[in-house]
Write a protein that binds this ligand. Structure first.
Ligand code: HEM
Length: 449
């Protein structure tokens, strides 16, 4: 084999719509059929998947040859130039500004903010349980995640905007997809899509403008996200423009709620589908609380709940909320003996690797035992729900804390059961969202408070 060889792949391009609806599943099939490096087109766009752990490490740790690229460019339609979409010095300035809010010394004391938000959800569900009403948990946990990200990072309640912002973000996810109508429209063109695009941009801008206005009014602590961005300077001492600050706030609203919401929804689904897992978690949490209210859970308590961490880790393996993410080589690169041309798109997919039987025995089975703390643990880049290298998810510590707290509090209180006959079909629309929601019946283990 010569190193100039093209990677193998299908002769015909995937249609944009098919790719948009089933990208993660298609990537898994590509790896099975064509191996660790494969080549395909989506419409006219040349793309590759890199699916071997060592090759993934090469891509994610090489900031010389790779940039965010065209697919992330689609995010700019709504999120402008924030942490997700920029490279180089711009990215470094933003990462430096936000990073302290994701460290343990900030997050651990924020635990009561999260438990209060989860408690609001528990109250809502008490009513549903009492009336025997089933609930689609997806919008419920999305709302919770939106509430948590704004309260923890900004110390502000934006829940009055949740009913517009959350659907706007769902629209954004489809509009950002490579080749979507919105991306292809020239800016001057009037019409339905353009109007919807503008309306969505306006909803997101209004939400983050409220945050900035609250900051300028002195209503937000200076050490939270808005204050940090307002005070941030680049290497030359220049501050961020208003536009950049709003872009970065939007980035955190999206990246912080949609992913965490998906992660929590799938975890609750797996617990509901495996009652013995729920029973064990409930017993663990009850023992750790030893009579205290679940609202008083602390990070010290979480440290004493290893099985809870195993359950969450296994759920993020089976259903990684970001099933795949792109890079773009700025020059020709070689991976696994194949030539990847400059400016094509390279996807790495946690979904593909997490479902690979070479790394995970019986990969479709939900088995928290895989993450037994006494076991060897997964090999490098066989498990990477939060990505890796210098662009590893900044929000991972918040997401893990939030999901663990929410799962502990919800499981301590309720027995969830999937509603029989309700379809469970993941839709890989950038995030791995259950397409038809996740309908559950809720039984209160305590009775109304
Ligand atoms: C279970 C929840 C989450 C998952 C699975 C997840 C996953 C990821 C992944 C895979 C990446 C890397 C993308 C790439 O390298 O191209 C990423 C980046 C990022 N995530 Fe998360 N994320 C989660 C929660 C959060 C939260 C709670 C926040 C913020 C509040 C957040 C903010 C970000 C940002 C801003 C980036 C870009 C980081 C950079 O490029 O420096 N994420 N996330």
């Amino acid at each position: 084999m010569t190193t100039t060889e093209r990677a193998p792949g299908p002769a015909l391009p995937f249609g944009v719509r098919r790719f948009r609806d089933q990208a993660a599943q298609l990537m898994l099939r590509m790896a099975r059929e064509y191996g660790e490096v494969s080549r395909f087109r989506v419409g006219p766009e040349l793309m590759h998947q890199v699916a071997g752990p060592e090759a993934i490490r090469e891509v994610l740790h090489d900031s010389e040859n790779y940039r965010r690229g065209r697919v992330y460019g689609g995010f700019e339609l709504f999120f402008g130039k924030g942490l997700l979409t920029t490279d180089g010095e711009q990215w470094r300035t933003l990462r430096r500004a936000g990073q302290p809010l994701f460290r343990a010394d900030f997050l651990h004391p924020s635990t009561p903010v999260i438990t209060r938000a989860v408690d609001d959800l528990v109250h809502r569900w008490e009513g549903l349980a009492a009336r025997g009403e089933p609930v689609d948990i997806v919008p419920e946990v999305m709302r919770l995640a939106f509430d948590v990200v704004t309260r923890v990072l900004c110390d502000h309640d934006l829940t009055h905007r949740a009913d517009e912002v959350i659907p706007a973000i769902v629209h954004v996810l489809s509009a950002m997809f490579p080749g979507s109508v919105e991306q292809l429209l020239p800016a001057w063109l009037p019409g339905r899509h353009r109007r919807r695009l503008r309306a969505t941009q306006a909803v997101l801008d209004a939400a983050v403008s409220e945050l900035l206005a609250e900051h300028h009014r002195g209503a937000l602590p200076a050490d939270r996200m808005v204050g940090r961005l307002v005070a941030a300077t680049d290497r030359d001492g220049n501050g961020l423009t208003r536009r950049r600050i709003l872009d970065e706030l939007k980035t955190h609203l999206l990246a912080g709620h949609e992913t965490t919401g998906c992660g929590l929804a799938w975890t609750l689904y797996e617990i509901a589908a495996h009652p013995e897992v729920g029973d064990r978690l409930r017993a663990d949490v009850t023992a750790v609380l030893s009579g205290r209210d679940a609202r008083e859970l602390t990070t010290t308590d979480l440290a004493a709940l290893p099985y809870l961490r195993q359950v969450v880790a296994e759920s993020l393996r089976l259903h990684p909320p970001i099933p795949m993410f792109p890079r773009q080589p700025i020059r020709d690169v070689r991976i696994g003996g194949y030539r990847i041309p400059a400016h094509s798109t390279v996807f790495v997919s946690p979904f593909t690797v997490h479902h690979d039987p070479r790394h995970w025995a019986d990969p479709e089975a939900f088995d928290p035992g895989r993450f037994d703390p006494d076991g060897p643990g997964p090999a490098r880049y066989t498990y990477f729900p939060f990505g890796g290298g210098q662009r590893r998810c900044i929000g991972a510590p918040l997401a893990e804390l939030e999901i663990q707290l929410a799962v502990a509090m919800i499981t301590a209180r309720f027995r969830l059961r999937p509603r029989p006959g309700h379809p469970v079909d993941p839709h890989s629309l950038i995030s791995l969202r259950p397409r038809s929601g996740l309908m559950m019946t809720i039984a209160d283990t305590v009775g109304a408070r």
